[in-house]
Ligand binder design. Structure first.
Ligand code: SF4
Length: 252
């Protein structure tokens, strides 16, 4: 299995890089080809708030099947839009937000497009996106990284939890602040940042659980503060028992 030369006295930057290398081996390296159009990434991320991937996709598909296109979604009675996206956690809140986002994009750009963000500096793009209702730093960073390969790092609750337990960030660093703190630890390269985000997101979802992390299955145990506190130093037997690669359900 991939082993770590990093000790428990490693710096946060050393831990972040070792995390990146080990999880590349564990989950496989992802390429930075956008998985969705920018508009879809933006609206799907709004729909995904506290909602499973399956229910988010269901809501997105129903919305466009019902109203045909973005103009149809914008013009739809808000209650009917809320009904179409009812598999999301808060449809009555998300429906007017989505319509306001669409209204502003159309009013400012003359069309339902985010392609202009490719030419904007990162800070300007982040400021423009986070000025929209319901769009925070995480969603804005996802769109800029995934669709435009900008050097930003989205940090959600899973990435935040893993980073704190491993010791890449301190216990008092908020999720919002972690966007900046973790970014400073990593190369400003979109492919590195995308892999770091997705891999740690998956680790948080399927191994480093909130209530009871499944540390024996975790490739980061060799330099994780939480592991050290709860199990002691990871010895050769514990490291050798770690699966080489992810063997669970399909990840997305
Ligand atoms: S060793 Fe345990 S606490 Fe540390 S990152 Fe892995 S699962 Fe989380």
């Amino acid at each position: 299995m991939p082993t770590s030369s990093v000790t428990y006295t490693a710096t946060p930057a050393e831990k972040a890089w070792q995390d990146h290398l080990l999880l590349n081996d564990f989950y496989g390296l992802l390429d930075a080809t956008p998985r969705r159009t920018p508009m879809r990434e933006l609206i799907s991320t709004v729909l995904s708030h506290r909602t499973t991937h399956r229910d988010e996709e269901l809501a997105y598909d129903r919305m466009l099947e019902t109203f045909s296109d973005w103009e149809g979604v914008l013009q739809a009675p808000t209650a009917e839009l809320a009904h179409a996206i009812r598999t999301t956690r808060w449809p009555d809140t998300q429906a007017p937000r989505i319509q306001e986002i669409l209204r502003r994009i159309k009013a400012e750009q003359g069309a339902f497009t985010l392609d202009f963000l490719a030419d904007w500096p990162v800070e300007q793009g982040l400021a423009w996106l986070t000025d929209m209702p319901g769009i925070g730093l995480k969603t804005a960073s996802l769109v800029l990284l995934f669709n435009f390969q900008k050097p930003v790092l989205p940090v959600d609750t899973h990435v935040h939890r893993v980073a704190q337990r491993v010791g890449m960030i301190g216990p008092k660093v908020s999720t919002e602040k972690a966007h900046h703190v973790l970014l400073e630890l990593l190369p400003k390269e979109a492919d590195v940042l995308l892999n770091f985000h997705k891999h740690n997101y998956w680790l948080g979802q399927h191994i480093c659980f909130f209530a009871k992390p499944d540390c024996p299955r975790c490739p980061l145990k060799g330099f994780c503060n939480y592991y050290l506190e709860h199990y002691g130093p990871a010895d050769a037997a514990a490291l050798a028992a770690t699966p080489l690669q992810w063997q669970g359900e399909k990840l997305h």
